[in-house]
Design a protein. Structure first.
Length: 59
């Protein structure tokens, strides 16, 4: 059986490969405030865990 080569994105925050990433820029609404998460590098991916930490830091 042949192995499939799957391209897994790398998170720009933790630099780990992750299957569950979102592509930035993102708009985050936290209660009545809206934040925009912009891209600061060539890599525009952020994993769910890092995004969750950033949202918790906002609150």
């Amino acid at each position: 059986m042949e192995e499939e080569n799957i391209n897994v994105p790398t998170c720009s925050v933790c630099n780990e490969p992750c299957m569950w990433t979102l592509k930035m820029p993102l708009t985050i609404t936290h209660f009545d405030k809206t934040y925009i998460r912009e891209v600061h590098t060539d890599n525009a991916h952020i994993c769910i865990e890092c995004l969750e930490k950033e949202v918790q830091a906002i609150g």
